[in-house]
Design a protein around this ligand. Structure first.
Ligand SMILES: [Zn+2]
Length: 368
């Protein structure tokens, strides 16, 4: 199991700070540099209970750590780990929107707060796609994904904190307000991640994020439409980005997002290939539309074609395809939504999902 070093630390800092803030008022933001150097720490995965027991997202304090799911427990919680998971896709976060897919800081904040209030807990794209979903009983996973490494996603100010109105700052502020809302997200980046030209600043950004449990992964070097490229060129733009991320100290990318959601003519090149003597492999490939994903434990889960939902209201084409629509739909169809049993070692589900799980996972099921 891979871990998210530094994350538990950040959550701890945030929880402590929330208590302090209650007394001192909101002056100091609690997510500066971690006090210790995470590299030397024993990596500990955030346990469900520690991440969520205080927040409004965890309805029960008697959940993890140490939950062993039983059919009675799973029924009581309404656990359904075969349910649907929203993977939300963001692009630029701009005070004045230019394109239809841009969101304002206020819109991002409102959406994240809505998710927190509805009992969602973020997991990264890699955690989701590989089934490492360890969140408190009764909560629902959500995957927050930001494409293209835009400057509006992340930048550090002179005070060492993410700049106001960047995606990361907003996410951390929402997590501060809703302590069960684990502040992690996935950034799929191209060359010049987050708009930095300078290698050292790129490296510092990648380090800051990955030390805190964020995922920074491959979105090709130059963001071409892969369908229009030769096989060799497809592999080249992926390998060039892989080499860049490696130089910047990012862990090997487990996931890949297709630029424009456009697949190469030879589909498998989106996840396996080689160029100039360098191989690549991704565990999961993400598309650009347009519905919630099935559970990663389902037979029908297609790890190389995982749908995402564009963050947007309900105008025009978004009436049925974007986040406002789908989040309302999931609220109205709670039995279809993924709800955790709080036990990462077992997969709980109602009877009607029993036949849908991958055969190799059947021994882990708890059915009610
Ligand atoms: Zn893109």
């Amino acid at each position: 199991m891979r871990s998210a070093p530094g994350l538990t630390h950040v959550i701890g800092i945030i929880n402590v700070a929330v208590m302090v803030v209650a007394v001192v008022a909101l002056l100091v933001l609690p997510f500066g540099e971690p006090a210790g150097e995470p590299a030397g720490e024993v990596p500990v995965r955030p346990r469900g209970g520690s991440a969520g027991e205080r927040g409004p997202v965890a309805p029960r304090g008697d959940g993890a750590p140490g939950v062993r799911a039983t059919p009675e427990w799973a029924r009581e919680i309404g656990a359904n780990e075969m349910g649907l998971v929203p993977v939300i896709m963001y692009h630029r976060i701009l005070r004045k929107r230019v394109a239809g897919i841009d969101r304002t800081p206020g819109q991002l904040r409102a959406e994240l707060e809505r998710l927190a209030r509805a009992g969602y807990v973020p997991v990264t794209a890699a955690e989701f796609a590989t089934g490492r979903i360890d969140i408190p009983a009764g909560t629902h996973p959500v995957v927050l994904t930001f494409d293209d490494g835009n400057p509006s996603h992340f930048a550090l100010g002179a005070d060492g904190l993410p700049l106001p109105d960047t995606a990361v700052r907003i996410l951390l502020e929402v997590a501060q307000r809703y302590p069960g809302f684990r502040p992690v997200a996935t950034f799929w980046v191209n060359h010049d991640p987050f708009g930095f030209r300078d290698r050292e600043r790129q490296r510092a950004a990648v380090r800051w994020l990955t030390e805190r449990g964020f995922e920074v992964a491959n979105h090709t070097y130059g963001h071409p439409d892969l369908r229009r490229l030769s096989k060799k060129k497809v592999s080249e733009v992926i390998v060039r980005q892989q080499r860049l991320l490696e130089r910047l100290g990012a862990p090997p990318s487990e996931t890949f997002a297709l630029p424009y959601g456009s697949r190469p003519k030879k589909r498998s090149l989106a996840h396996d290939g080689s160029w100039d003597g360098t191989k690549y492999h991704f565990d999961a490939v993400f598309l650009a539309g347009a519905e919630p994903s099935v559970s990663p434990y389902a037979k029908s889960f297609d790890r190389y074609n995982i749908p995402r939902i564009q963050s947007n209201g309900k105008n025009g084409e978004c009436r049925k395809w974007c986040s406002q629509h789908w989040l309302e739909w999931l609220d109205e169809h709670p039995r279809e939504r993924y709800t955790s049993d709080g036990d990462p070692a077992h997969i709980s589900m109602p009877q009607r999902f029993r036949g849908k799980i991958l055969a190799k996972l059947r021994r882990l099921t708890v059915v009610y």
